[in-house]
Design a binder for this molecule. Sequence first.
Ligand code: FES
Length: 141
Amino acid sequence: MTLSNVSAKIISDKILGVKNKYEYLFSPSRIQAIKNSKAFGEQMKETIYSIAINKLKLPNETLKDVKNNTGKIVLFNGKKIGVYKDKDGTCFLVKPICTHLKCELQFNSTDKTWDCPCHGSRFSYTGEVINNPAIFNLDTL
Ligand code: FES
Protein backbone atom coordinates (compact mmCIF):
# COMPACT_ATOMS: atom_id res chain seq x y z
CA MET A 1 0.00 0.00 0.00
CA THR A 2 2.83 2.39 0.83
CA LEU A 3 4.58 1.74 -2.47
CA SER A 4 1.38 2.22 -4.46
CA ASN A 5 0.87 5.64 -2.82
CA VAL A 6 4.46 6.66 -3.58
CA SER A 7 4.04 5.43 -7.16
CA ALA A 8 0.80 7.39 -7.55
CA LYS A 9 2.52 10.55 -6.27
CA ILE A 10 5.40 10.06 -8.73
CA ILE A 11 2.97 9.63 -11.63
CA SER A 12 0.91 12.67 -10.69
CA ASP A 13 4.13 14.73 -10.31
CA LYS A 14 5.25 13.57 -13.76
CA ILE A 15 1.92 14.67 -15.24
CA LEU A 16 2.29 18.07 -13.52
CA GLY A 17 5.96 18.41 -14.55
CA VAL A 18 7.19 18.34 -10.95
CA LYS A 19 10.47 16.56 -10.13
CA ASN A 20 9.92 13.85 -7.48
CA LYS A 21 12.96 12.82 -5.42
CA TYR A 22 11.78 9.19 -5.33
CA GLU A 23 11.40 8.84 -9.08
CA TYR A 24 14.76 7.11 -9.53
CA LEU A 25 13.87 4.39 -6.97
CA PHE A 26 10.92 3.32 -9.12
CA SER A 27 12.54 3.72 -12.51
CA PRO A 28 12.71 0.49 -14.56
CA SER A 29 16.24 1.51 -15.61
CA ARG A 30 17.50 1.70 -11.99
CA ILE A 31 18.52 -1.97 -12.08
CA GLN A 32 21.84 -2.32 -13.79
CA ALA A 33 22.00 -6.02 -14.48
CA ILE A 34 25.67 -5.92 -15.57
CA LYS A 35 26.82 -3.81 -12.60
CA ASN A 36 24.80 -5.93 -10.15
CA SER A 37 25.33 -9.16 -12.03
CA LYS A 38 26.10 -11.27 -8.97
CA ALA A 39 22.93 -10.29 -7.08
CA PHE A 40 20.90 -10.37 -10.29
CA GLY A 41 22.24 -13.87 -11.04
CA GLU A 42 21.35 -15.10 -7.56
CA GLN A 43 17.79 -13.79 -7.92
CA MET A 44 17.42 -15.42 -11.33
CA LYS A 45 18.84 -18.69 -10.01
CA GLU A 46 16.40 -18.79 -7.08
CA THR A 47 13.48 -17.98 -9.36
CA ILE A 48 14.42 -20.66 -11.89
CA TYR A 49 14.89 -23.24 -9.14
CA SER A 50 11.54 -22.36 -7.56
CA ILE A 51 9.61 -22.37 -10.82
CA ALA A 52 11.17 -25.40 -12.47
CA ILE A 53 14.18 -27.28 -11.16
CA ASN A 54 13.02 -27.90 -7.58
CA LYS A 55 9.75 -29.30 -8.91
CA LEU A 56 11.63 -32.00 -10.80
CA LYS A 57 13.70 -33.11 -7.83
CA LEU A 58 12.25 -35.76 -5.56
CA PRO A 59 13.14 -35.46 -1.88
CA ASN A 60 15.00 -38.28 -0.17
CA GLU A 61 13.15 -37.83 3.09
CA THR A 62 9.80 -39.33 3.99
CA LEU A 63 7.13 -38.53 6.55
CA LYS A 64 8.91 -40.40 9.33
CA ASP A 65 12.03 -38.23 8.87
CA VAL A 66 10.17 -35.08 9.93
CA LYS A 67 10.72 -34.22 13.58
CA ASN A 68 7.96 -32.76 15.73
CA ASN A 69 7.52 -28.98 15.51
CA THR A 70 9.21 -28.82 12.07
CA GLY A 71 8.14 -28.86 8.46
CA LYS A 72 9.62 -29.86 5.14
CA ILE A 73 8.88 -31.26 1.73
CA VAL A 74 9.00 -35.06 1.67
CA LEU A 75 8.14 -37.98 -0.56
CA PHE A 76 4.78 -39.54 0.31
CA ASN A 77 3.12 -42.25 -1.81
CA GLY A 78 5.42 -41.29 -4.69
CA LYS A 79 4.49 -37.59 -4.57
CA LYS A 80 6.06 -34.50 -3.07
CA ILE A 81 4.09 -33.14 -0.17
CA GLY A 82 4.65 -30.44 2.40
CA VAL A 83 4.33 -31.69 5.94
CA TYR A 84 4.34 -29.91 9.24
CA LYS A 85 4.34 -31.95 12.46
CA ASP A 86 3.19 -30.09 15.54
CA LYS A 87 4.72 -30.64 18.99
CA ASP A 88 2.47 -33.68 19.55
CA GLY A 89 3.34 -35.25 16.20
CA THR A 90 0.06 -34.41 14.46
CA CYS A 91 0.75 -34.06 10.73
CA PHE A 92 -0.60 -31.30 8.50
CA LEU A 93 -0.12 -32.16 4.83
CA VAL A 94 -0.30 -29.68 1.96
CA LYS A 95 0.55 -29.60 -1.72
CA PRO A 96 3.66 -27.38 -1.56
CA ILE A 97 2.95 -25.43 -4.73
CA CYS A 98 1.98 -21.77 -4.56
CA THR A 99 -1.52 -21.09 -5.78
CA HIS A 100 -0.40 -17.82 -7.38
CA LEU A 101 1.95 -18.87 -10.21
CA LYS A 102 2.97 -22.37 -9.11
CA CYS A 103 6.40 -21.85 -7.53
CA GLU A 104 7.52 -24.46 -5.02
CA LEU A 105 7.07 -23.33 -1.43
CA GLN A 106 9.64 -23.40 1.36
CA PHE A 107 8.88 -24.06 5.00
CA ASN A 108 9.60 -21.14 7.31
CA SER A 109 10.54 -22.78 10.60
CA THR A 110 10.44 -19.51 12.56
CA ASP A 111 6.86 -18.59 11.71
CA LYS A 112 5.66 -22.13 10.90
CA THR A 113 4.44 -21.04 7.48
CA TRP A 114 4.85 -22.11 3.88
CA ASP A 115 6.51 -19.20 2.05
CA CYS A 116 6.80 -18.60 -1.67
CA PRO A 117 10.21 -17.35 -2.83
CA CYS A 118 8.79 -16.00 -6.10
CA HIS A 119 6.45 -13.16 -5.08
CA GLY A 120 6.14 -13.48 -1.32
CA SER A 121 2.84 -15.26 -0.76
CA ARG A 122 2.65 -17.00 2.59
CA PHE A 123 0.40 -19.77 3.84
CA SER A 124 -0.24 -21.14 7.32
CA TYR A 125 0.95 -24.68 7.99
CA THR A 126 -2.66 -25.76 7.50
CA GLY A 127 -2.65 -24.17 4.03
CA GLU A 128 -4.64 -20.95 4.48
CA VAL A 129 -3.42 -17.86 2.64
CA ILE A 130 -1.78 -15.37 5.01
CA ASN A 131 -0.21 -12.98 2.48
CA ASN A 132 -1.06 -12.45 -1.16
CA PRO A 133 -0.65 -12.18 -4.15
CA ALA A 134 -1.99 -15.74 -3.83
CA ILE A 135 -5.72 -15.66 -3.07
CA PHE A 136 -6.45 -19.40 -2.92
CA ASN A 137 -5.53 -21.74 -0.07
CA LEU A 138 -3.19 -24.65 -0.63
CA ASP A 139 -4.60 -28.06 -1.44
CA THR A 140 -4.50 -30.23 1.67
CA LEU A 141 -4.17 -33.98 1.94
S1 FES B 1 4.16 -17.85 -7.41
FE1 FES B 1 4.00 -17.71 -5.28
S2 FES B 1 3.59 -15.67 -4.89
FE2 FES B 1 3.72 -15.78 -7.03
